[in-house]
Ligand binder design. Structure first.
Ligand SMILES: [Zn+2]
Length: 222
């Protein structure tokens, strides 16, 4: 379930009082449920930032990996005889133990029917429902890598929200810049303690300047 949208510029994605008057048909704020992306988040975004392409970024949570009802998802497939004529003569089990336990290994390509199916080009190209809705409206959609909450500024926003209710609008820009700094460091191959150090040291920046990357690489941590 999606609970909130945040923008780097304005914080919570919601119409301003002057917008509400001008666009009475656009909902005031975008909270909860997948449909909200289509009927709320995108229309609000387009009022606030006309002629802009939005990059909607989501956590990699299983709630966000929903597929449309008619999507091509190997997990939903049965072992009907002759399905795409892919099964060998001896047959293939529907789903092997490894796949069932989500032990991903890209070298395992024909362990079971669901794996074979999932590697078919049209299955690989199948996008989740979120990406479909957003891309159809002409915007873009990304998912944060798993276990990297430092890239996602909504996490910091929530952490603070719990402590002090509103008043956070000024701070969300800082959170966003911090997330950008982590991204620029990771892109340059800097991680771990060094990334933590650099993110703090270059607090005021959105990106870590190129010229200091080399300098950073000289620093040794115990
Ligand atoms: Zn398998």
């Amino acid at each position: 379930m999606i609970s909130e949208f945040l923008t780097e510029v304005d914080g919570r994605l919601k119409l301003k009082p002057e917008n509400i008057e001008q666009y009475p048909n656009v909902p005031v704020e975008a909270r909860e449920y997948l449909e909200q992306i289509k009927i709320k988040a995108i229309p609000i975004f387009e009022v606030l930032y006309p002629n802009c392409i939005g990059i909607f970024a989501f956590d990699n949570s299983s709630n966000h990996a929903i597929f449309a009802k008619d999507a091509l998802v190997a997990k939903k497939m049965n072992l009907k005889p002759g399905e795409r004529k892919k099964w060998p003569n001896g047959g293939l089990m529907l789903e092997c133990k490894e796949c069932k336990e989500k032990n991903d290994d890209e070298n395992r390509i024909n362990c079971c029917a669901r794996r074979v199916m999932s590697l078919e080009p049209d299955f690989l190209a199948q996008k989740g429902a979120i990406a479909e809705i957003i891309e159809k409206a002409g915007h873009k959609c990304i998912f944060y890598p798993k276990f990297h909450c430092e890239l996602n500024f909504i996490e910091r926003y929530w952490g603070l929200q719990r402590g002090m209710q509103e008043k956070t609008v000024i701070i969300h820009g800082r959170f966003a810049r911090k997330a950008w700094r982590y991204m620029s460091l990771y892109q340059k191959g800097i991680g771990g303690k060094l990334a933590e150090y650099a993110v703090k040291k270059y607090r005021s920046r959105r990106r870590i300047p190129d010229e200091v990357i080399e300098e950073l690489n000289q620093i040794k941590f115990d």
